[in-house]
Design a protein around this ligand. Structure first.
Ligand SMILES: [Zn+2]
Length: 180
């Protein structure tokens, strides 16, 4: 596990953290040297949707790192008090301006070899546009509609972008390009 995630000080009492196997546990954890509080590191969960409107789908071009300038479906980190469905709808609205209704789950895609050292879980849905105006929002330099034949497969941001789009195409019975 990368040091980037390691808590340095206890969130309960402020004392330095140590790494040790707490009693009754089976692997090293970040535990407080003074009060014993254990800080469990959790995976990050990101949720999003692939919005469809008249047979076209909305992708956004990222204007932030990582993968600045590449395309993906609207997706972002789930807040602590949301369901995955709420997070997917919120992220879609924030990044595209569109209100959507989720239609189908496209899949759960998870990766343990991230650059920041923790696992990521991506939950993706297909969605249908029910309102709003298409405009690039938070984290998006551009938001636009693509016909199924126009997807920039070679310029997609993440493995999960490719996996979710393939799942969307598969549900529609449309072939997607072979793996590069
Ligand atoms: Zn403490």
């Amino acid at each position: 596990m990368a040091a980037i995630l390691d808590p340095k000080f206890c969130s309960q009492c402020g004392a330095p953290m140590t790494k040790r196997v707490p009693e009754g546990d089976h692997r090293p954890r970040h535990a407080c040297s003074r009060c014993g509080f254990v800080h469990y590191l959790d995976p990050k969960v990101a949720c999003g949707s692939i919005p469809e409107s008249d047979g076209r789908i909305v992708l956004i071009r990222r204007n932030i790192e990582p993968r600045l300038g590449t395309w993906t479906f609207p997706c972002g980190f789930m807040e602590v008090d949301e369901t995955v469905e709420e997070a997917a709808r919120r992220e879609t609205k924030e990044e595209t301006g569109l209100a959507v209704e989720l239609t189908d789950p496209l899949g759960t895609f998870s990766y343990s070899d991230t650059w920041w050292g923790g696992s990521i879980v991506v939950v993706a849905f297909a969605s249908r546009v029910v309102g709003g105006e298409l405009c690039a929002g938070t984290d998006a330099g551009e938001a636009r509609l693509f016909r199924t034949g126009e997807i920039p497969w070679g310029e997609l941001a993440f493995r999960s972008s490719v996996a979710a789009l393939r799942a969307w195409f598969s549900r529609k019975g449309i072939p997607s390009p072979p793996e590069a």
